[in-house]
Ligand binder design. Structure first.
Ligand code: MG
Length: 262
């Protein structure tokens, strides 16, 4: 999401974090189901349907359906964002059928008992190129490094530095103005979590802060991006491939707690 200017940060209690863990499990289940369903010939709308079924079975609501941030011309029509190849994030699920070698990113959010979880995976459909496998693996490595930096007493810049250093070292671009965010009773809360930063700088990470960390890497190495005709899909400027991975993570006295894994 685009960075905001004023910062109002909600600190969660242990009970609220436990509730968010349950919302996160729903997110993890939906993404696992989408990963399994993402075969050659599967349409993006069919993947959306897979995720809707997980929501229904869990008694949860979609965080994405009908969501309309300031930049968007229309409410989002799906429960997943399905972003293929040069689409980085915010792809609207449509009739497109996955092909062998496609790089697919699926982003999904669920609300359960008043709290949201938000996560994303990237994968190769069928047999991919080694360049795409490396792009995805590097995004996952950056996410893990960001999570490892989500420690009480650290600062927001430590997370951004951890993520950004790995992306830059690999020569990848990162879309300007987009990154992670606080999450809780709303899907997008303060603070914004840039995917680059200076160690020791920025907002202090205290127990009870919950953040969605989401590296977005573009293979062509440019930070510029373009928005598609639907007003949503964010694509690389040079047609190069992109990967996006995300977890919602709580900062606790005992270290980072990943909320959106099984
Ligand atoms: Mg997010």
């Amino acid at each position: 999401m685009p960075r905001s200017t004023t910062t109002v940060v909600e600190i969660k209690t242990a009970t609220e974090i436990a509730t968010m863990r349950e919302a996160g499990r729903v997110v993890a289940r939906a993404l696992a189901a989408c990963r399994e369903a993402a075969q050659v010939g599967t349409s993006l709308l069919e993947l959306d349907e897979v995720a809707r079924t997980v929501l229904e079975e869990a008694g949860a609501r979609s965080s994405f359906l009908n969501y309309r941030p300031r930049f968007a011309p229309t409410p989002f029509p799906g429960v997943i964002c399905a972003s293929v190849n040069d689409v980085v994030v915010h792809g609207i699920p449509d009739n497109y059928r996955l092909r062998d070698g496609d790089l697919l990113s699926v982003d999904f959010g669920a609300e359960l008992d008043g709290f949201h979880g938000d996560a994303a995976i990237s994968l190769v459909v069928g047999t991919g190129t080694s360049a795409d496998e490396t792009l995805i693996a590097t995004a996952q490595e950056a996410l893990a490094a960001g999570i490892a930096a989500a420690l009480p007493g650290n600062r927001l810049g430590d997370i951004g530095h951890a993520i950004g250093t790995i992306g830059r070292r690999a020569g990848y671009g990162m879309p300007r103005d987009f990154g992670g965010h606080g999450i809780g009773r709303r899907m997008h809360e303060d603070p914004s979590v840039p995917n680059d930063g200076k160690p020791g700088r920025g907002f202090r990470l205290n127990p009870g802060l919950v953040l969605a960390l989401e590296p977005m890497f573009m293979a062509g190495g440019q930070d510029e991006y373009r928005i598609g005709p639907d007003g949503w899909a964010l694509s690389t400027i040079d047609g190069s491939q992109a990967a996006h991975v995300e977890h919602s993570v709580a900062i606790t006295e005992d270290g980072p707690l990943v909320l959106t894994e099984l």
